[in-house]
Design a protein around this ligand. Structure first.
Ligand code: IPE
Ligand code: IPE
Ligand code: MG
Length: 262
């Protein structure tokens, strides 16, 4: 028994050692300024354990905390997390209600820690359909962290890229000037991601290889990284693997030379 415990301790030590070593190495290279994550696989994680899907969402919430901390430590500037899509309303009422309560639960537990870590919370998405309790919780977090200058933690909540583009087009039509053509910058200005730089790296968990209506405009030149790991099982080690792969990509943006290697 004691031997087993000692063995476990040793393994844990060498694992953290490895993580720290890898982290140090990664931090010598180019860190993506903006990482976007499609956090997928909560339902399957729960189903594999014969638990209701909502248990997977609850477990996934804890991973948000872990990855926020990892991203902050790695000097990522913006972390955008896809939390609820405009299509997710199609899910059973009980699941939707649970998901709409998660921001409150997450923030009531972790907001002090986010404030302590100088994280700035933002939300992008269509706020009109969100229940008042959800909106109050996120608005409170936005307000209380707005002066923070560290990592921007941007939740995509009731977000859909097509919805975002329709909103932008309508805004442009309101401003329409017959003598002036619309530019890329005009479109960019009206996107829900606002002044945030486009994501450099997109991660999607759970083995699905699609965008599911996520940041179609902004991901035009992002590097994509997919993993079979389900979101509740996703850890800092996986995040590091994504960053390591990112550092081995040649980003050319249509040119001939890597522009992202330092
Ligand atoms: C992602 O997990 C969370 C949300 C979409 C809100 P899923 O709930 O989509 O999990 P799977 O894909 O059914 O396993
Ligand atoms: C995308 O996951 C939305 C979020 C992670 C919030 P889904 O599970 O809803 O995507 P599809 O339905 O598999 O494309
Ligand atoms: Mg899914």
């Amino acid at each position: 028994m004691i031997k087993k415990f000692q063995q476990l301790l040793k393994e844990q030590k060498s694992n953290t050692g490895t993580y720290e070593q890898r982290k140090k190495q990664v931090m010598k290279g180019s860190i993506p300024e903006h990482v976007a994550i499609i956090m997928d696989g909560n339902g399957r994680w729960a189903q594999k354990r014969a638990m209701p899907r909502i248990m997977g969402h609850h477990e996934g919430m804890k991973v948000v905390r872990k990855i926020t901390r990892a991203a902050n430590e790695l000097n990522v500037k913006v972390l955008t997390l896809y939390a609820f899509s405009t299509e997710n309303w199609k899910r059973p009422k009980m699941e939707v209600e649970f998901l709409m309560k998660l921001p409150e639960e997450f923030l009531s537990t972790f907001l002090p820690e986010l404030i302590e870590e100088n994280v700035q919370v933002r939300v992008m998405g269509n706020k009109e359909r969100l229940p008042a309790h959800t909106l109050n919780a996120v608005n409170n977090a936005i307000e209380r962290t707005k002066e923070n200058t560290g990592l921007i933690l941007n939740f995509a909540l009731n977000y859909g890229s097509r919805d975002e583009l329709v909103y932008a087009v309508n805004k442009l039509m309101e401003e329409a000037d017959p003598n002036k053509a619309v530019t890329e910058a005009d479109i960019q200005k009206h996107l829900m991601s606002g002044d945030l730089k486009d994501p450099d790296l997109l991660i999607r968990t759970s083995g699905e290889i699609r965008l599911s209506n996520f940041m179609l405009w902004q991901l035009a030149y992002a590097e994509f990284w997919f993993t079979d790991v389900l979101w509740p099982d996703f850890r800092g080690e996986h995040f590091l693997s994504a960053l390591e792969d990112y550092q081995n990509r040649g980003r050319r943006f249509g040119g001939v030379k890597d522009v992202d290697k330092k």
